[in-house]
Design a protein around this ligand. Sequence first.
Ligand code: MLT
Length: 311
Amino acid sequence: MSKPVVLIAEELSPATMDALGTDFEIRHTDGADRDQLLPALADAEAVLIRSATLMDAEAIAAAKNLKVIARAGVGLDNVDTQSATEAGVMVVNAPTSNIISAAELTCGHILAAARNIAPANESLKAGQWKRSAYKGIELYEKTLGIIGLGRIGSLVAERMKAFDMNIVAYDPYVTAARAQKMGAHLVSLDELLEISDFITIHMPRTPETLGMLSDEQFKIMKDSAYVINVARGGLIDEEALGRALDDGLIAGAGIDVFVKEPAKDLPFFKHDSATVTPHLGASTEEAQEKAGVAVAKSVRLALAGELVPDA
Ligand code: MLT
């Protein structure tokens, strides 16, 4: 008897394969390449993806045998959940697998911005010894504004408190008392933009949050402020960010996620004060192991016709 086909559309940890076991025929494809993905989906009963594979209505329609889409990560913004539901396809993810990794990379970007770590590294390796050009600022007693005090935002608050930063947050779904418990003081979005020295955004990508930080918001920020986005591409309008850096409306940025990935040569890349990383928020040994194992377990249950518990 042939085994059910499980399609791996992106790079996943070895632990994922171990957790899937030997009951399936494992096939691999490049989920970012539609010409490979669509035919590969034809026989698949399960597909495992990260953020580079778009499981939209077309992909779901091409997958006639599909029972489960498993996203090894937080959020589902590259999955058309409505089309999946209409086609009777279950969608699972691993919502807590990489929150620590994402929070730690955010802290890394904050430190890198404050101390010019990336441009100083580039310059020294290019043979220059420019100590005064890369004078930075301390985080001590600076204000960190966190937009979105959910799982990742609150881990960032907890960690950056250790630097004696004042933490303010904007989150319409969090009460002042809960924010206080996390060491953050709730403020309006405009107030946060006005008083923060560092602004980090931790929101899902939805029609409401796309372009949430754009020209109007950059005008409110201090010209010494840094903005960080390790959440989702497009929450910060990329063109507006370029204009804000060109016009000196802010001091710099740390950006890990992009509207179109892989991102290449965006206008704001020319600024030394913009540090960019290629969507590395969840790229740690630990997060990849947790995410892969969690979704592999869900796939096993789903294909056995068993109940998949909420992650
Ligand atoms: C996530 O949403 O958890 C990550 O963006 C997944 C990834 O790194 O591909």
